[in-house]
Design a protein around this ligand. Sequence first.
Ligand SMILES: [Zn+2]
Length: 233
Amino acid sequence: MNRIILIGPPGVGKGTMSSLLESRLGLVPLSSGVIFRKEIEAETDLGRLAKRYIDHGELVPNGVTIEMMAKRLRENNVRRRGFVLDGFPRTVRQAEALTEMLDDESLHLDETVSLEAPEELIVHRLAGRLGCTKCGEIYHSRNKPPKREGLCDKCNSHLFVRSDDQPETIRERLRIFHEETQPVIDYYDSKGLLRRVNASDGPERTYAGIVIGLQQPVGEVIPSLDASSEGTS
Ligand SMILES: [Zn+2]
């Protein structure tokens, strides 16, 4: 079983890699965003606490985030199947807390993968998205182009680039990402746990770059183990 952290800018393909690691190695995908949403929806004590900060436009404190993640990491299926973390740890304080949690349980972390791609490629990927203002349909200039340029296939309205996907906005999001995560990358680098993987040559090559660092060969997870762990938490 393997335990992996994925770090990478928006648009680099973390979601795709999490899905592949789940379907092929049986790892439990632990996305901090999803875990937050579930805690808030279930109105747990932690969820209510986190919501108070979010509603006030404030960052959720490290302590609350760490407690939410710790809760998931202690679950039986996560312990048995291993995990792939996405969106956590985001700060060195969180990374240190994760190290302590794993040490306490005598669990080891296999690797922290930094998914890397040239900024131009990421901007190109994200900036290609087009939305229909009338019916909401989403297109992509390269991956899912409309039949007639600039017009919606369904309702014939004009297509627009969302403000979040404007090249300047994307560059700013990338700048903030690098500023925030560099200390975390340095932290794992200093522990000898960092692996830099080129994420610009398609999902299969990226995936190969991730699993080459794992001790357990691909395909060693037994499907029945996966199935029997459902509902255990
Ligand atoms: Zn439309």
